[in-house]
Design a protein around this ligand. Sequence first.
Ligand SMILES: Nc1ncnc2c1ncn2[C@@H]1O[C@H](COP(=O)(O)OP(=O)(O)OP(=O)(O)O)[C@@H](O)[C@H]1O
Length: 551
Amino acid sequence: MSEPEEELQEERRDNTKKKTKKTKKKKDEEEKKKKKQDHEEQVEEEEQSECLVLRGIFKLGKKSHDVLLTRTRLTWTPIVPETPTGEASVLQTGVILLQDVFAVKVKRRRAAGQQSGGPVLGVTLFYGRRRGRRLEEDTLHLHNASAEHTHTWYNTLKELLTGFSHRPRYVKVFINPSSHKKEAVYIYREHVAPLFKLADVRTDITVTERKGHALSVMKECRLDEYDGVVCVGGDGSVAELCHALVLRAQLDADSPVKPVKPALPLGIIPAGSTDVVSCSVHGVRDPVTAALHIVLGHRQQVDMCSFSSLGQLVCFGFSAMFGFGGRSLARAEKKRWMPSSRRREYALVKTLARLRPEDCQLSFLPAKKPNRDLFGHRDQDQDQDLDPEPEGEDSWTTNQGLYLSISIMSIPCLSPHTPRGLAPNTSVANGSAALIAVGNTSRSEFVKHLKRYSGSSGQFSFSFVETHCVSAVKIRPRSLTGWSEEESEEEEGDPRTTPIIQAEGQAFPWNIDGELVEIANEVVIRVHPRLITLYGEEVDEAESTVSCSCI
Ligand SMILES: Nc1ncnc2c1ncn2[C@@H]1O[C@H](COP(=O)(O)OP(=O)(O)OP(=O)(O)O)[C@@H](O)[C@H]1O
C-alpha cells in the first residue's frame, strides 16, 4: 500500500471511531435523561400516594382514635383530651401498610344464627403480619356506628385494594390427596379455603386421581380465565405442575423446542414430606404463610432446569440427584408400604451400607456472571433470555471418574432438615444452578459430609467434594451395573413399582424433584433463568424444626 493510501485509511478509521464515540455519547445521554424522567415520575407517584385520602374518628378497642388513610397506609393516633395543666402525653400511634391488607369487611352486630343484616359496627381489615419467616393472619377493627361513615371507608378501602393488580381473583387449584400423610384435602379445607374466601379469591378445584392427571388437565383447560395456579401437595406434585405450565406455554406459543415462560404464577401449599420448593420461596413449611403469599400477590421468578436424554425432553424441574440420591430414592420406592419417614431412613441406611461409586463422564458449562447495574439490579433483558446461549464444545469442562453423588440444583432446596439448603451456593433467581459432585471416598468421610448439611456450613470443605456454578451439565454413566441388575441381586424388588420413564436395557435411577426417573443414557441438564414465577419471595434460610437422627 502506498503512503497516501495508508494515510487515507488511517483518516477513515479515525472518522469511524469518532462517529461511534459520538453515537455512544448520544445513547448515554438519552439513557441518563430517561432515568431522570423515571425517577421524577416515581417521586411524583410517591408524593401522590402519601396524599390523604380519608380522615375519620374510630374506636380501636375502647379508645377513640384519629384515623388517617393514604393510598399506601392506614395510621391511627389516640385522641387524648387536653389536661388542665396542658401537659402533653406520649401518643401510641399504629400503622398498617395496605400492601399487607388482603380483605376489608363491614362489621355488624348479629344475633346467634343470624346470617345477614344487623346494625353496622364499623369496618374490619384483614392483613398478613410477619413473625420471623411466617406470615400470620391478623385483624384490625375500626368501630364507628355510623352506617354512612363506615360505608365510605369500606368502599374507599375496597377500591384501593383492587388497585393491587398482582393479586389473583380466580385460581385453578390442584390437590393431590395422596401426598405424604394424605392430609392435602384437609390442609386446603382448614387453612387455605377460608383465607381465599375472605380475600374473594374464586377457585376451580381438581382433586387429582393419579400421576399425570394434573398435566392432562393443564393441557386442555382454558388458562386465560385464571390469574394463577395453586398446587396443594409435595415436591413431586409441584414439579408436575411446573412442567405442565411450561409445556402448555410452549404449546400456546407454538414453540416445540424452546422453553416458554408461563404467563400464570404458581402458588404452592406444602403438603408433602420435605417441600423444598415451597420452603425455598416461603422460608417455612406452613400452609397459612403460603396462602397469604398468594392472596397478597407476592411473586418471585425462579430458575428451572430441563432434563433431556437422547435429544428428548424428560421433564422440567428444579433439582436432580444422580448416584447416592437416586439409588436411595429407588430403594425407598420399593418399600412403598412403609410409612414415609421410616421408608426414607431405611433406604438411606441401606444405600450407605452398599455405598458404591458411579463411573461416569461429568461435563459442565460454567455459568456467566449475571449483568448487574450500579445498584445491583439485574439487566432487564436477561429476563427475556430463557435459553442458555449456544455454546461451543470447548466451553465445556469434562472429567472422567468415580462419583458417589452428583447433584444439580437450580434453587437452594431449603427445608426444615437443611435450613441453609442442599445447595446454599445458589439462589432462586441467579440464572444458574449449583453442581455438587462428590468423588469417591470412604463411607465414614461421606457420612461426615452428609451430616454437615443439617448444620450451618462445612459440607463442601472436603477434598473429594467439588462445587461449580453452572448453566448446563451432562452426565454419561459408564458403570456396567445399572439399577435393575443391582436390585435383582438384592431380591427386594416390587415388580408393581413403575418409574416415570422406563428405559430399555440398563437404567440408572435419578431423583428428580423427589420423583424416581430411570434413564439408561446420557442426561443433559440445562438451566433456564427465571423460567417460572412462584407466589412467594426470596429467602436465604428456612425455619429449622426437625433434625435427622438416622445417620
Ligand atoms: N391421586 C393420586 N394418587 C397417586 N399419585 C398421585 C395422585 N395424584 C397425584 N399423584 C402423583 O403423586 C406424585 C407424588 O406427589 P407428592 O410429591 O405430592 O407427594 P409425596 O411424594 O408424598 O411428597 P414428597 O415429594 O414431599 O415426599 C406426583 O408425581 C403426583 O403426580
